[in-house]
Design a protein around this ligand. Sequence first.
Ligand SMILES: *Cc1c(COP(=O)(O)O)cnc(C)c1O
Length: 392
Amino acid sequence: MSKFIPLSVPNFEGNERRYVDDAIDQGWVSTGGGYINKLEKQLAEFLCVENVAACQSGTSALHLSLIESGVRPGDVVLVPPLTFIAAVNPVKYQFATPVFIDCDDSFCIDPVKLRSFCEKECKFDGKSLTYRGQNVKAIVVVHVFGNMADMLSIMDIAEKYGLKVIEDATEALGTKYIEGRYAGKYAGTIGHFGCYSFNGNKIITTGGGGAVTSNNPEIVDHIRFLSTQAKTDPYYYIHDEIGYNYRMTNLQAALGVAQMEELPEFIRRKQSNFDQYCSQFDGFEFGKIIPFRKGTSSNKWFYSLSIDRSKVTASMREIIVALGDKGIQTRAIWGLINEQKPYLNEITYKLEKAPYYASRILNLPSSTQITKEEILYVADGVKKLLRSLANG
Ligand SMILES: *Cc1c(COP(=O)(O)O)cnc(C)c1O
Protein backbone atom coordinates (compact mmCIF):
# COMPACT_ATOMS: atom_id res chain seq x y z
CA MET A 1 0.00 0.00 0.00
CA SER A 2 1.54 3.28 -0.96
CA LYS A 3 0.12 6.09 1.07
CA PHE A 4 0.38 9.78 0.42
CA ILE A 5 -1.08 12.32 2.83
CA PRO A 6 -0.62 15.81 1.41
CA LEU A 7 0.08 18.84 3.56
CA SER A 8 -2.84 20.88 2.30
CA VAL A 9 -4.93 20.45 -0.84
CA PRO A 10 -8.08 22.25 -2.00
CA ASN A 11 -11.52 20.76 -1.52
CA PHE A 12 -14.06 20.98 -4.35
CA GLU A 13 -16.97 18.98 -2.99
CA GLY A 14 -19.59 21.65 -3.70
CA ASN A 15 -20.88 23.73 -6.62
CA GLU A 16 -17.45 24.66 -8.00
CA ARG A 17 -17.80 22.99 -11.41
CA ARG A 18 -21.36 24.18 -11.87
CA TYR A 19 -20.56 27.83 -11.22
CA VAL A 20 -17.34 27.86 -13.25
CA ASP A 21 -19.16 26.24 -16.19
CA ASP A 22 -21.89 28.83 -15.81
CA ALA A 23 -19.37 31.69 -15.92
CA ILE A 24 -17.89 30.21 -19.10
CA ASP A 25 -21.35 29.71 -20.63
CA GLN A 26 -22.16 33.33 -19.93
CA GLY A 27 -18.89 34.42 -21.52
CA TRP A 28 -17.98 36.44 -18.44
CA VAL A 29 -14.48 35.22 -17.65
CA SER A 30 -12.55 38.40 -16.99
CA THR A 31 -12.76 41.23 -14.44
CA GLY A 32 -16.48 41.86 -14.90
CA GLY A 33 -19.42 39.59 -14.15
CA GLY A 34 -21.99 38.63 -11.57
CA TYR A 35 -19.89 36.17 -9.60
CA ILE A 36 -17.45 38.87 -8.52
CA ASN A 37 -20.24 40.99 -7.01
CA LYS A 38 -21.77 37.91 -5.48
CA LEU A 39 -18.53 36.83 -3.84
CA GLU A 40 -17.98 40.34 -2.47
CA LYS A 41 -21.46 40.28 -0.97
CA GLN A 42 -20.97 36.81 0.54
CA LEU A 43 -17.69 37.91 2.12
CA ALA A 44 -19.20 41.13 3.49
CA GLU A 45 -22.10 39.20 4.99
CA PHE A 46 -19.86 36.53 6.46
CA LEU A 47 -17.46 39.06 7.96
CA CYS A 48 -20.26 41.41 9.10
CA VAL A 49 -18.76 44.37 7.23
CA GLU A 50 -20.26 46.75 4.69
CA ASN A 51 -17.90 46.57 1.81
CA VAL A 52 -15.35 44.09 0.45
CA ALA A 53 -13.33 44.38 -2.76
CA ALA A 54 -12.30 41.15 -4.46
CA CYS A 55 -8.85 41.25 -5.97
CA GLN A 56 -6.34 39.16 -7.78
CA SER A 57 -4.34 37.95 -4.75
CA GLY A 58 -3.71 38.47 -1.08
CA THR A 59 -0.51 40.23 -2.07
CA SER A 60 -2.38 42.78 -4.18
CA ALA A 61 -4.87 43.27 -1.31
CA LEU A 62 -1.94 44.09 0.97
CA HIS A 63 -0.36 46.40 -1.59
CA LEU A 64 -3.61 48.35 -2.08
CA SER A 65 -4.02 48.64 1.71
CA LEU A 66 -0.54 50.12 2.06
CA ILE A 67 -1.30 52.60 -0.72
CA GLU A 68 -4.54 53.65 0.99
CA SER A 69 -2.69 53.93 4.31
CA GLY A 70 -0.56 56.61 2.71
CA VAL A 71 2.66 54.60 2.91
CA ARG A 72 5.17 56.44 0.75
CA PRO A 73 8.83 56.04 -0.15
CA GLY A 74 10.96 56.40 2.96
CA ASP A 75 8.18 55.71 5.45
CA VAL A 76 8.59 52.98 8.05
CA VAL A 77 6.19 50.03 8.36
CA LEU A 78 6.40 47.67 11.33
CA VAL A 79 6.25 44.04 10.22
CA PRO A 80 6.67 40.50 11.53
CA PRO A 81 9.74 38.39 10.66
CA LEU A 82 8.16 34.94 10.96
CA THR A 83 5.59 34.68 8.19
CA PHE A 84 5.21 34.32 4.44
CA ILE A 85 7.30 36.90 2.62
CA ALA A 86 4.26 38.23 0.70
CA ALA A 87 3.18 40.01 3.89
CA VAL A 88 6.26 42.22 3.70
CA ASN A 89 7.14 42.54 0.00
CA PRO A 90 4.40 45.16 -0.64
CA VAL A 91 6.20 47.46 1.81
CA LYS A 92 9.10 47.36 -0.65
CA TYR A 93 6.75 47.91 -3.62
CA GLN A 94 6.03 51.28 -1.97
CA PHE A 95 9.79 51.92 -1.47
CA ALA A 96 9.10 52.05 2.27
CA THR A 97 11.29 50.60 5.02
CA PRO A 98 10.20 47.53 6.99
CA VAL A 99 11.27 47.22 10.62
CA PHE A 100 10.97 43.67 11.95
CA ILE A 101 9.38 43.30 15.39
CA ASP A 102 9.54 39.94 17.17
CA CYS A 103 6.56 37.60 17.50
CA ASP A 104 5.04 36.17 20.68
CA ASP A 105 4.04 32.55 21.35
CA SER A 106 1.11 32.87 18.94
CA PHE A 107 3.71 33.49 16.12
CA CYS A 108 1.99 36.87 15.63
CA ILE A 109 3.61 40.25 16.33
CA ASP A 110 4.48 40.73 20.01
CA PRO A 111 2.54 43.73 21.37
CA VAL A 112 4.94 44.19 24.29
CA LYS A 113 7.91 44.61 21.95
CA LEU A 114 5.80 46.62 19.53
CA ARG A 115 4.98 49.08 22.29
CA SER A 116 8.52 49.28 23.59
CA PHE A 117 9.82 49.90 20.07
CA CYS A 118 7.42 52.83 19.66
CA GLU A 119 8.14 54.14 23.16
CA LYS A 120 11.88 53.71 23.37
CA GLU A 121 13.23 53.72 19.83
CA CYS A 122 10.94 56.28 18.19
CA LYS A 123 10.01 59.92 18.73
CA PHE A 124 6.38 60.94 19.19
CA ASP A 125 5.35 64.60 19.03
CA GLY A 126 1.74 63.94 20.01
CA LYS A 127 0.76 63.56 16.35
CA SER A 128 3.25 61.53 14.41
CA LEU A 129 5.74 58.85 15.21
CA THR A 130 9.20 58.96 13.68
CA TYR A 131 12.07 56.51 13.67
CA ARG A 132 15.50 57.93 12.80
CA GLY A 133 13.72 60.83 11.12
CA GLN A 134 11.41 58.64 9.02
CA ASN A 135 7.63 58.58 9.51
CA VAL A 136 6.30 55.37 11.02
CA LYS A 137 2.99 54.92 9.20
CA ALA A 138 1.59 51.46 9.66
CA ILE A 139 1.79 48.00 11.21
CA VAL A 140 1.25 44.85 9.20
CA VAL A 141 -0.31 42.35 11.61
CA VAL A 142 -0.31 38.77 10.34
CA HIS A 143 -2.74 36.30 11.91
CA VAL A 144 -0.33 33.42 11.45
CA PHE A 145 -1.84 30.00 10.61
CA GLY A 146 -5.32 31.30 11.53
CA ASN A 147 -4.27 32.37 15.01
CA MET A 148 -5.61 35.78 16.04
CA ALA A 149 -2.91 38.29 16.93
CA ASP A 150 -3.39 40.16 20.21
CA MET A 151 -5.58 42.81 18.59
CA LEU A 152 -6.63 44.48 21.83
CA SER A 153 -3.09 45.54 22.70
CA ILE A 154 -2.15 46.21 19.07
CA MET A 155 -5.12 48.53 18.47
CA ASP A 156 -4.37 50.44 21.68
CA ILE A 157 -0.77 50.99 20.60
CA ALA A 158 -1.82 51.98 17.07
CA GLU A 159 -4.33 54.47 18.39
CA LYS A 160 -1.85 56.02 20.76
CA TYR A 161 0.71 56.59 18.01
CA GLY A 162 -1.60 57.28 15.09
CA LEU A 163 -0.57 54.18 13.14
CA LYS A 164 -2.65 52.40 10.50
CA VAL A 165 -3.24 48.71 11.19
CA ILE A 166 -3.24 46.44 8.17
CA GLU A 167 -4.40 42.98 9.12
CA ASP A 168 -2.95 40.24 6.98
CA ALA A 169 -5.81 37.80 7.54
CA THR A 170 -4.84 35.78 4.48
CA GLU A 171 -4.61 32.64 6.63
CA ALA A 172 -7.38 33.55 9.06
CA LEU A 173 -10.67 33.80 7.18
CA GLY A 174 -13.28 32.83 9.77
CA THR A 175 -11.15 33.39 12.88
CA LYS A 176 -12.97 35.60 15.39
CA TYR A 177 -13.00 36.80 18.97
CA ILE A 178 -15.65 35.16 21.11
CA GLU A 179 -15.11 37.21 24.25
CA GLY A 180 -13.87 40.60 25.39
CA ARG A 181 -13.93 43.99 23.68
CA TYR A 182 -13.93 42.49 20.19
CA ALA A 183 -16.34 39.59 20.79
CA GLY A 184 -17.92 38.63 17.46
CA LYS A 185 -15.27 40.48 15.44
CA TYR A 186 -13.48 38.57 12.69
CA ALA A 187 -9.76 38.70 11.93
CA GLY A 188 -9.37 41.38 9.27
CA THR A 189 -12.27 43.52 10.51
CA ILE A 190 -10.67 45.09 13.57
CA GLY A 191 -7.86 47.21 12.14
CA HIS A 192 -8.09 49.82 9.38
CA PHE A 193 -7.63 47.23 6.62
CA GLY A 194 -8.13 43.49 6.38
CA CYS A 195 -6.62 41.36 3.62
CA TYR A 196 -7.61 37.84 2.61
CA SER A 197 -6.10 35.31 0.23
CA PHE A 198 -7.74 32.54 -1.77
CA ASN A 199 -4.58 30.92 -3.04
CA GLY A 200 -4.47 27.16 -3.53
CA ASN A 201 -3.75 26.10 0.04
CA LYS A 202 -5.80 28.70 1.92
CA ILE A 203 -9.02 27.70 3.70
CA ILE A 204 -11.00 28.61 0.60
CA THR A 205 -9.45 28.95 -2.82
CA THR A 206 -10.16 30.63 -6.13
CA GLY A 207 -6.96 29.28 -7.66
CA GLY A 208 -5.42 32.66 -7.06
CA GLY A 209 -7.30 35.54 -5.56
CA GLY A 210 -7.87 37.74 -2.57
CA ALA A 211 -10.05 40.38 -1.01
CA VAL A 212 -9.72 43.50 1.05
CA THR A 213 -11.97 45.28 3.47
CA SER A 214 -11.65 48.46 5.51
CA ASN A 215 -13.38 50.06 8.46
CA ASN A 216 -14.21 52.87 6.01
CA PRO A 217 -16.49 51.49 3.24
CA GLU A 218 -15.70 54.42 0.93
CA ILE A 219 -12.04 53.47 0.98
CA VAL A 220 -13.04 50.01 -0.22
CA ASP A 221 -14.77 51.67 -3.19
CA HIS A 222 -11.56 53.54 -3.92
CA ILE A 223 -9.56 50.31 -3.64
CA ARG A 224 -11.89 48.69 -6.18
CA PHE A 225 -11.34 51.71 -8.42
CA LEU A 226 -7.56 51.47 -8.14
CA SER A 227 -7.71 47.73 -8.80
CA THR A 228 -9.42 48.28 -12.15
CA GLN A 229 -6.87 50.71 -13.64
CA ALA A 230 -8.48 53.79 -12.03
CA LYS A 231 -10.82 54.50 -14.90
CA THR A 232 -12.82 57.62 -14.01
CA ASP A 233 -15.31 57.75 -16.87
CA PRO A 234 -17.51 54.90 -18.11
CA TYR A 235 -17.32 56.06 -21.75
CA TYR A 236 -13.87 57.56 -22.17
CA TYR A 237 -10.51 56.32 -21.08
CA ILE A 238 -9.85 58.98 -18.47
CA HIS A 239 -7.52 58.22 -15.57
CA ASP A 240 -6.76 60.71 -12.81
CA GLU A 241 -4.68 58.34 -10.73
CA ILE A 242 -2.25 55.49 -11.25
CA GLY A 243 -4.28 52.31 -11.21
CA TYR A 244 -3.45 48.63 -11.09
CA ASN A 245 -4.64 45.46 -12.78
CA TYR A 246 -5.49 43.88 -9.44
CA ARG A 247 -9.14 42.91 -9.91
CA MET A 248 -10.33 39.34 -9.44
CA THR A 249 -11.77 37.62 -12.52
CA ASN A 250 -15.29 36.25 -12.76
CA LEU A 251 -13.91 32.71 -13.30
CA GLN A 252 -12.03 32.89 -10.02
CA ALA A 253 -15.07 34.41 -8.30
CA ALA A 254 -17.30 31.59 -9.56
CA LEU A 255 -15.02 29.16 -7.75
CA GLY A 256 -15.04 31.47 -4.74
CA VAL A 257 -18.83 31.64 -4.49
CA ALA A 258 -18.98 27.85 -4.29
CA GLN A 259 -16.15 27.75 -1.76
CA MET A 260 -17.83 30.36 0.46
CA GLU A 261 -20.89 28.11 0.62
CA GLU A 262 -18.64 25.46 2.17
CA LEU A 263 -16.54 27.68 4.42
CA PRO A 264 -18.43 26.92 7.66
CA GLU A 265 -18.03 23.20 7.03
CA PHE A 266 -14.32 23.61 6.19
CA ILE A 267 -13.79 25.48 9.46
CA ARG A 268 -15.68 22.82 11.40
CA ARG A 269 -13.46 20.08 9.92
CA LYS A 270 -10.24 22.02 10.55
CA GLN A 271 -11.26 22.51 14.16
CA SER A 272 -12.19 18.90 14.74
CA ASN A 273 -9.03 17.63 13.03
CA PHE A 274 -6.99 19.94 15.24
CA ASP A 275 -8.62 18.46 18.34
CA GLN A 276 -7.66 15.01 17.11
CA TYR A 277 -4.04 16.00 16.59
CA CYS A 278 -4.01 17.51 20.09
CA SER A 279 -5.20 14.31 21.69
CA GLN A 280 -2.74 12.25 19.64
CA PHE A 281 0.20 14.37 20.77
CA ASP A 282 -1.02 14.81 24.33
CA GLY A 283 1.85 13.88 26.67
CA PHE A 284 4.31 13.32 23.80
CA GLU A 285 7.80 13.77 25.19
CA PHE A 286 9.54 15.26 22.12
CA GLY A 287 7.14 17.94 20.96
CA LYS A 288 3.84 19.65 21.45
CA ILE A 289 1.04 21.05 19.34
CA ILE A 290 0.90 24.84 19.53
CA PRO A 291 -2.54 25.99 20.71
CA PHE A 292 -4.62 28.86 19.32
CA ARG A 293 -5.34 31.99 21.33
CA LYS A 294 -7.80 31.77 24.21
CA GLY A 295 -10.97 33.82 23.84
CA THR A 296 -11.04 33.28 20.08
CA SER A 297 -12.63 30.81 17.73
CA SER A 298 -9.88 30.11 15.21
CA ASN A 299 -10.36 28.66 11.73
CA LYS A 300 -7.41 26.41 12.72
CA TRP A 301 -6.10 26.55 9.21
CA PHE A 302 -2.62 25.10 9.81
CA TYR A 303 -1.26 22.87 12.57
CA SER A 304 2.12 23.34 14.20
CA LEU A 305 4.16 20.80 16.12
CA SER A 306 6.91 22.39 18.17
CA ILE A 307 9.81 19.95 18.37
CA ASP A 308 11.79 19.84 21.60
CA ARG A 309 15.25 20.83 20.36
CA SER A 310 16.94 19.87 23.62
CA LYS A 311 16.07 16.26 22.76
CA VAL A 312 15.83 16.13 18.97
CA THR A 313 18.57 17.93 17.08
CA ALA A 314 18.04 16.40 13.62
CA SER A 315 17.65 19.01 10.88
CA MET A 316 14.23 19.92 9.54
CA ARG A 317 15.34 18.63 6.17
CA GLU A 318 16.14 15.24 7.67
CA ILE A 319 12.78 15.08 9.45
CA ILE A 320 10.74 16.20 6.44
CA VAL A 321 12.49 13.78 4.08
CA ALA A 322 12.05 10.83 6.47
CA LEU A 323 8.34 11.59 6.88
CA GLY A 324 8.02 12.01 3.12
CA ASP A 325 9.35 8.46 2.73
CA LYS A 326 6.38 7.31 4.80
CA GLY A 327 3.98 9.25 2.59
CA ILE A 328 3.50 12.05 5.09
CA GLN A 329 3.97 15.51 3.62
CA THR A 330 5.08 18.11 6.16
CA ARG A 331 6.93 21.39 5.98
CA ALA A 332 9.07 23.65 8.10
CA ILE A 333 7.71 27.01 9.15
CA TRP A 334 9.13 29.83 7.02
CA GLY A 335 12.69 31.07 7.10
CA LEU A 336 12.87 34.48 8.78
CA ILE A 337 12.14 37.27 6.31
CA ASN A 338 14.92 39.45 7.74
CA GLU A 339 17.34 36.68 6.77
CA GLN A 340 16.26 36.66 3.12
CA LYS A 341 18.64 38.36 0.71
CA PRO A 342 16.56 41.48 -0.09
CA TYR A 343 16.03 42.16 3.64
CA LEU A 344 19.48 41.52 5.10
CA ASN A 345 20.14 45.20 5.81
CA GLU A 346 16.84 45.98 7.50
CA ILE A 347 16.40 46.84 11.17
CA THR A 348 15.21 44.08 13.50
CA TYR A 349 13.92 44.63 17.01
CA LYS A 350 14.59 42.09 19.76
CA LEU A 351 14.09 38.96 17.68
CA GLU A 352 14.09 36.01 20.09
CA LYS A 353 10.89 34.05 19.68
CA ALA A 354 10.93 34.25 15.89
CA PRO A 355 14.28 32.44 15.47
CA TYR A 356 13.34 30.09 18.32
CA TYR A 357 10.19 28.92 16.56
CA ALA A 358 11.76 29.04 13.09
CA SER A 359 14.10 26.26 14.15
CA ARG A 360 11.49 23.88 15.58
CA ILE A 361 8.04 24.21 14.03
CA LEU A 362 6.86 21.40 11.78
CA ASN A 363 3.52 21.88 10.00
CA LEU A 364 1.36 18.75 9.82
CA PRO A 365 -1.13 17.72 7.10
CA SER A 366 -4.26 19.84 7.46
CA SER A 367 -6.48 19.35 4.40
CA THR A 368 -10.22 19.37 5.09
CA GLN A 369 -10.48 15.91 3.49
CA ILE A 370 -8.03 14.22 5.82
CA THR A 371 -9.60 11.23 7.58
CA LYS A 372 -9.39 10.12 11.21
CA GLU A 373 -7.27 7.15 10.16
CA GLU A 374 -4.89 9.41 8.28
CA ILE A 375 -4.47 11.68 11.30
CA LEU A 376 -3.64 8.61 13.39
CA TYR A 377 -1.16 7.48 10.74
CA VAL A 378 0.50 10.92 10.65
CA ALA A 379 0.70 11.27 14.44
CA ASP A 380 2.04 7.76 14.78
CA GLY A 381 4.63 8.28 12.03
CA VAL A 382 5.82 11.59 13.44
CA LYS A 383 6.07 10.27 16.99
CA LYS A 384 7.98 7.15 15.93
CA LEU A 385 10.39 9.18 13.85
CA LEU A 386 11.11 11.79 16.53
CA ARG A 387 11.63 9.05 19.11
CA SER A 388 14.07 7.27 16.84
CA LEU A 389 15.96 10.53 16.23
CA ALA A 390 16.09 11.59 19.89
CA ASN A 391 19.59 12.07 21.25
CA GLY A 392 21.06 9.38 23.45
C1 LIG B 1 -0.87 33.43 1.33
C2 LIG B 1 -0.32 34.58 2.07
C3 LIG B 1 -0.15 35.85 1.48
C4 LIG B 1 -0.31 36.12 0.03
O1 LIG B 1 -1.48 35.77 -0.56
P1 LIG B 1 -1.48 35.47 -2.14
O2 LIG B 1 -2.93 35.36 -2.43
O3 LIG B 1 -0.71 34.22 -2.36
O4 LIG B 1 -0.87 36.65 -2.82
C5 LIG B 1 0.28 36.90 2.27
N1 LIG B 1 0.56 36.73 3.57
C6 LIG B 1 0.46 35.53 4.16
C7 LIG B 1 0.77 35.42 5.61
C8 LIG B 1 0.03 34.42 3.43
O5 LIG B 1 -0.03 33.22 4.03
